[in-house]
Write a protein that binds this ligand. Structure first.
Ligand SMILES: *[C@@H]1O[C@H](CO)[C@@H](O)[C@H](O)[C@H]1NC(C)=O
Ligand SMILES: *[C@@H]1O[C@H](CO)[C@@H](O)[C@H](O)[C@H]1NC(C)=O
Ligand SMILES: *[C@@H]1O[C@H](CO)[C@@H](O)[C@H](O)[C@H]1NC(C)=O
Ligand SMILES: *[C@@H]1O[C@H](CO)[C@@H](O)[C@H](O)[C@H]1NC(C)=O
Ligand SMILES: *[C@@H]1O[C@H](CO)[C@@H](O)[C@H](O)[C@H]1NC(C)=O
Ligand SMILES: *[C@@H]1O[C@H](CO)[C@@H](O)[C@H](O)[C@H]1NC(C)=O
Length: 381
């Protein structure tokens, strides 16, 4: 059922379509573009940074930059207004757009800029037919669904076969008055992740991050979801690493999550997204609390458990605060005396320089492109 698709203008994506299959791919990538961005084959200094590492490098030993709530990059008042019809069908009211926006650049810009871990949150559209992307009540696009955005990743990996994409997928609740992570949602997700194309482009290993060489040209699936409404064979058939929402302690600065019980493989996770500051704390204080939690986990990655997985989320908000601390002010400040030292991102620069040469693990940023040298500093380029 394609009734929800808007008439996205056709835009040439690949150089020139020369066959029926390339016309079809252009249509798919055009639908994906509100989330994936305009496909273009581009290579800059950061686009293929993984080429610098040998095949036998263990992924848990690498520094891998990522983005939190990656699909929110074009969520403005105009987007919110454009989604009003669907939002009405979902029977939700949506807080201001600043609440939800965590990025400024499209997924393809992220990948071309060196980002290798993405965080996407899906749920059904109001007709329960298509998995689309939300940040809580905020619908991010009608046309771009999980399947067509996956084709963007497949094409990008074809163009950059030295690289990998770590894809975190999470079921997003609160998207609709009657939302439910039911068997239909879980089956739609399962189908998207086990299609013939997905089988070719998702790394088919399970419960372990292996070497860079084994993963080149592939997506590694991070399953921040359960298929608990389906028989267990469905879960068994999925590749990737499982981070059950039941084990992922909410708003915790220090999660130890065993993602492989047989081998006792533990992930050390910081996901303290909403600092529990005393009432009346200003942005400077909220930023300080979040920064402290962030660097504590990154420092642990640099000093301890060299063969364990570290996954740090530098992203945060405190939108219940007065005035609200949107994701943007937490990440990059607002260039006033109100945030004299900037946000978490600016403060991370000297810290990352101090840890030059150390293993930092996977770190997910908000507004990753600010300040401009954040990712270069992280990657030590
Ligand atoms: C961003 O959102 C606006 C408002 O909905 C829309 O007009 C514009 O086309 C979007 N940009 C992209 C690249 O999809
Ligand atoms: C979609 O699923 C939800 C949750 O199960 C249900 O409440 C709603 O009625 C369904 N909507 C349609 C149009 O079938
Ligand atoms: C599992 O690993 C953790 C940390 O790596 C360790 O503290 C714990 O004792 C181990 N448990 C078992 C049963 O080996
Ligand atoms: C953050 O850490 C610094 C250095 O350890 C400490 O002085 C400061 O009190 C901490 N601030 C908060 C808000 O936890
Ligand atoms: C910066 O943030 C503070 C606190 O929310 C706000 O009062 C101030 O108006 C903001 N300034 C700018 C220029 O955005
Ligand atoms: C924020 O709070 C801290 C601690 O109370 C205070 O030192 C600082 O002056 C406050 N900043 C602003 C802009 O009010």
């Amino acid at each position: 059922m394609k009734a929800l698709h808007t008439g996205i203008a056709f835009l040439p994506i690949l150089a020139k379509a020369t066959s029926l299959s390339s016309y079809a791919l252009q249509n798919v990538l055009s639908d994906a573009s509100p989330i994936f961005g305009q496909y273009s084959k581009e290579t800059n200094a950061n686009t293929e940074w993984m080429k610098r590492y040998p095949d036998d490098t263990l992924l848990v030993h690498m520094n891998i930059p990522g983005t939190h709530d990656s699909a929110t990059w074009n969520y403005s008042q105009a987007t919110q207004d454009a989604m009003a019809g669907i939002t009405a069908l979902n029977q939700v009211t949506v807080p201001p757009p600043e609440t939800f926006r965590c990025q400024d650049r499209s997924l393809i810009d992220m990948l071309n800029s060196g980002i290798r871990a993405l965080d996407l949150r899906y749920a059904f559209d109001p007709t329960n037919t298509s998995l689309i992307f939300y940040h809580s009540q905020a619908l991010l696009s009608e046309a771009a669904n999980l399947e067509n955005v996956l084709f963007g990743f497949y094409q990008w990996l074809e163009d950059h076969p030295s690289e990998i994409i770590i894809l975190s997928l999470q079921y997003e609740g609160s998207t609709a008055k009657y939302y439910a992570n039911d068997a239909e949602v879980q089956l739609a997700l399962f189908d998207a992740l086990t299609s013939p194309a997905a089988h070719d482009y998702f790394l088919q290993t399970k419960d372990e991050l292996g070497t860079l060489g084994d993963a080149r040209g592939k997506i590694i699936l991070m399953r921040r979801f359960d298929l608990d409404q389906l028989p267990s064979q469905y879960t068994e058939a999925l590749p990737g690493l499982h981070f059950s929402p039941n084990l992922w302690t909410d708003n915790s600065p220090d999660i130890e999550l065993v993602y492989n019980t047989k081998k006792n493989l533990t992930a050390y996770i910081e996901d303290y997204y909403e600092p529990q500051t005393p009432t009346g704390s200003n942005a400077t204080e909220n930023i300080q609390w979040k920064y402290n939690a962030t660097i504590a986990n990154i420092r642990k990655a640099a000093l301890h458990y060299p063969d364990s997985l570290f996954w740090t989320w530098a992203s945060s908000e405190n939108t219940g605060n007065v005035p609200p601390d949107w994701p943007r002010i937490m990440a990059v400040g607002n260039s006033t005396d109100y945030t004299p030292e900037g946000g978490v991102n600016q403060q991370l620069i000297p810290f990352l320089k101090e840890l030059k040469g150390k293993r930092l693990g996977i770190v997910m940023f908000d507004f990753f492109n600010q300040p401009a040298h954040l990712i270069d500093t992280f990657l030590d380029l």
